[in-house]
Design a protein around this ligand. Sequence first.
Ligand SMILES: NC(=O)C1=CN([C@@H]2O[C@H](COP(=O)(O)OP(=O)(O)OC[C@H]3O[C@@H](n4cnc5c(N)ncnc54)[C@H](OP(=O)(O)O)[C@@H]3O)[C@@H](O)[C@H]2O)C=CC1
Ligand SMILES: O=C(O)CCCC(=O)O
Length: 485
Amino acid sequence: MTTLALTDPTLLKDTCYVAGEWIGGAATLAVTNPSDGGVIGRVPKLGAAETRRAIEAAETAQKLWAKRTAKERATILRKWFALMMDNQEDLARIMTAEQGKPLAESRGEIAYGASFIEFFAEEAKRIYGETIPSPWPNARMIVIRQPLGVVAAITPWNFPNAMITRKAGPALAAGCAFVCKPASETPLSALAIAELGERAGLPPGVFSVITGSSREIGAEMTANPIVRGLTFTGSTEVGRTLMAQCAPTIKKLGLELGGNAPFIVFDDADLDAAVQGAMASKYRNAGQTCVCANRLLVQDGVYEAFADKLAAAVRTLKVGDGFGDGVTTGPLINEAAVAKVEEHVADALAKGARIVVGGKALGGNFYQPTVLAGVTPDMAVAREETFGPVAPLFRFKTEDEAIAMANATEFGLACYFYARDIGRVWRVAEGLEYGMVGINEGIISTAEAPFGGVKESGIGREGSRHGVEEYLEMKYMLMGGLAAP
Ligand SMILES: NC(=O)C1=CN([C@@H]2O[C@H](COP(=O)(O)OP(=O)(O)OC[C@H]3O[C@@H](n4cnc5c(N)ncnc54)[C@H](OP(=O)(O)O)[C@@H]3O)[C@@H](O)[C@H]2O)C=CC1
Ligand SMILES: O=C(O)CCCC(=O)O
């Protein structure tokens, strides 16, 4: 059993928060530490009946929550934000234990996750309507925005806090109620968030967290007509299934799915800055983010120099348990993740790539930070999300070729490029078919920006003033009969 040494041990839950009550279940799921397989805790294995209960309670609670003033909702959200920051260290320790990322990254994610609650607490007060110049002299046209209603969320293990708050913040600010199923690998972070939400004063039923069978919970969330919106972050494959399951009840969908981010280095780039950006984009969370550089496209003239500099930086990374001093790269989430990385590397080597640095599994769920050179578009790393610490370097000659290579994927989430020629910067930024472009930057995410993708990377945007729109319906009102008697 891994001991967490929390300042507030009551943040470590073994029950779910459903309809304002902490409930257990007959069966449980073990939560393990990906670093050493040690059991950190157990959570209930709940299913359709408990999900229905959470949804029905949310329906009742939502109506009262929406009637509160925006300022009242904002005050509770701000308190929730403050509690997350007050408990940052404990939340970070829980996250590192169940997810594996280095403690410094976990602390960063808690601050990042909390920032969505803060941002949308402020945004709650700015959900404006509009008036429209009427084509009729005796009528006036008004649009108001009202909450969507009950929203269900299914979230992934790679950002166990922020992928919940980025959805819950705007949903609750808008006046929706929220039922969340976190990933089975990382439920403890989600339940700790629920504990703090309860302490902040979220009314019973407004925010529920339910753990257990993803198929059963997902089936109820998608089939239940009370649920008016489904928001999901995870693989494109599961997103597609959920979208189909939502079709009969025509739910509003928010989907943050897979990516295949190109990271392009042009010959006029500041190579040291490009290496710094690539390190942040590629190796954060051991390469397990949907916005990670997945393909590094490097122009012919700077290919060798960039490869050498990147390899030198990669050699400074320290792999180990996320609680270890100076560790920069934790374990991958599970054995299947390691197997996928091994397959991608083996496929690339078999087709002619070479290892510049790394390239080996280290036992357990650990994999060496790796750079591959001589990578070509026929290799699996070109088409699929590796979701691990492997940087494959492709070579290109012209700007048009780089744009074509970058766009040759069904995904369109994030992309990055390094260049200094201002004309090139505009041509390339406009030519890339992606929802987000990092120009001379490797990290682009923040609560103030609209996060989301095009093509098979998803639907909708999270964060920014646009994020709250996902949880609102427009109501057009025509007020007639204004002629003087
Ligand atoms: N866009 C992103 O941020 C992410 C992308 N991925 C990509 O997906 C790959 C696989 O990762 P994986 O963890 O399997 O991602 P999944 O898409 O399978 O899991 C994400 C969430 O969906 C849930 N889920 C899975 N199947 C269903 C279902 N049939 N109905 C309802 N909910 C479901 C999971 O629950 P449970 O954990 O209980 O199974 C989890 O909460 C990664 O290698 C990566 O390429 C993965 C995670 C995040
Ligand atoms: O991988 C994800 O699903 C989200 C990426 C984290 C972020 O930058 O917000």
